[in-house]
Design a protein around this ligand. Structure first.
Ligand code: ADP
Ligand code: MG
Length: 276
C-alpha cells in the first residue's frame, strides 16, 4: 500500500447527480473507505433518506437513531450523530433515517433553509471530530437537501454512469451549481468527475467516456470505475467493496480514484477555490 497525502486544508465534497443509480452512494462510501484505509480521517454525511451509505458503512440507521435529520433541524450537534463505521477506525458516518424523507418539505418554511447543513458543519465541530474530509452523499434530486449539500461544500464530485443518457440532466445540475455559486457559496466548484460502471465490452462506454473527457477535460479522473458484480454485492453485506473483496478490480479502482483525489487535495496548497 502506498501512502496518500492528507489535504492541506479540510475538504468538503458533495457527491451529486440528480439521476438515481449512477453510483453516488457507491462512490462516496468506497472513496471514503479508501482514504480512511490510508490513514486519512473521513466523515460521510448520508443525505439520502434511503440510508444506503449508512448501510454500506455498517452504521445503524433505524428510525430514532440520532441522524443528519436532527442535525439539520439544529436539535443536535454532528458530534452526537456521527457514528464509527465498521469499515475503518478513521471513518465516521452521520446516518440518514427515514425521518429525512420529510425534511425536503419541512425545510421549505425554515429560516436559512439552504444553509442548515452548513451551520451543522461547524468548523469547531469538525475539528473535534478530527476529520480531513467530509463527503456528502446526496439524494437523487435537486431539491433542498441537495442545495444544502452544495451550500455546505467547496467541491462537487459528479459521478457519471457510462451508459445511454449519461449526460442527460447534467446541464441542469451544472446550472444549479452555478446558481448556488453566484448566490449562496462563491467557493463552490466542480472539482471532480468520476466515470462509473464502465463496461469495456461495449462501444457505448467508450463513446460516453471520450465525450465526457472532451467536455470536462482535466476535471475527469483518469481512473474509471468498472462495472463489477463485487461492487454491487458488497452493500448487501453491510460492507464497502474494499472490505468485501479487496483484490477485486472494483476495489482497486476505487483506491486509485481516491489517490487521485488525495493528490489533487495536496496540490491545492493555499486555496480551496481553485479549479483544476
Ligand atoms: P446512486 O447513489 O447514484 O443512486 P448507487 O451507488 O446506489 O447509485 O448505485 C446504483 C446501483 O448500481 C446499486 O445497486 C449499486 O450496487 C450498483 N453499482 C454501483 N456501482 C457499480 C459498479 N461499478 N458495478 C456494478 N454495480 C454497481
Ligand atoms: Mg444513493
Amino acid at each position: 500500500r502506498h501512502g496518500m497525502p492528507r489535504p492541506a486544508f479540510r475538504r468538503i465534497i458533495t457527491i451529486a447527480n440528480q439521476k438515481g443509480g449512477v453510483g453516488k452512494t457507491t462512490s462516496t462510501v468506497n472513496i471514503a473507505a479508501a482514504l480512511a484505509m490510508h490513514g486519512i480521517r473521513v466523515l460521510v454525511l448520508d443525505l439520502d433518506p434511503q440510508g444506503n451509505a449508512s448501510t454500506a458503512l455498517g452504521v445503524e440507521h433505524r428510525a430514532g437513531t440520532p441522524s443528519v435529520y436532527e442535525a439539520l433541524l439544529g436539535e443536535i450537534s454532528l458530534l452526537e450523530a456521527a457514528a464509527p463505521s465498521t469499515a475503518s477506525p478513521n471513518l465516521l458516518c452521520v446516518p440518514a433515517t427515514i425521518d429525512l424523507a420529510g425534511a425536503e418539505i419541512e425545510l421549505v418554511s425554515m429560516v436559512a433553509r439552504e444553509a442548515r447543513l452548513k451551520q451543522a458543519l461547524d468548523p469547531a465541530v469538525l475539528d473535534q471530530l478530527d476529520v480531513d474530509y467530509v463527503l456528502i452523499d446526496c439524494p437523487p434530486s435537486l431539491g433542498l437537501l441537495t442545495v444544502n449539500a452544495l451550500v455546505a461544500a467547496a467541491e462537487v464530485l459528479i459521478p457519471i454512469q457510462c451508459e445511454y443518457y449519461a449526460l442527460e440532466g447534467l446541464g441542469q445540475l451544472l446550472t444549479n451549481i452555478d446558481l448556488v455559486r453566484s448566490h449562496l457559496n462563491t467557493a463552490l466548484h466542480v472539482s471532480t468527475i468520476l466515470l462509473t460502471m464502465y463496461d469495456g465490452r461495449t462501444k457505448l462506454a467508450d463513446q460516453v467516456t471520450s465525450e465526457v473527457r472532451q467536455h470536462f477535460g482535466g476535471t475527469v479522473l483518469r481512473t474509471v470505475i468498472p462495472r463489477s458484480v463485487k461492487v454491487s454485492e458488497a452493500p448487501g453485506y453491510g460492507q464497502t467493496v474494499l472490505a468485501y473483496d479487496p483484490g477485486s478490480r472494483g476495489s482497486m479502482s476505487y483506491v486509485d480514484a481516491a489517490r487521485e483525489i488525495a493528490n489533487y487535495g495536496a496540490r491545492m496548497g493555499g486555496s480551496e477555490t481553485n479549479g483544476r
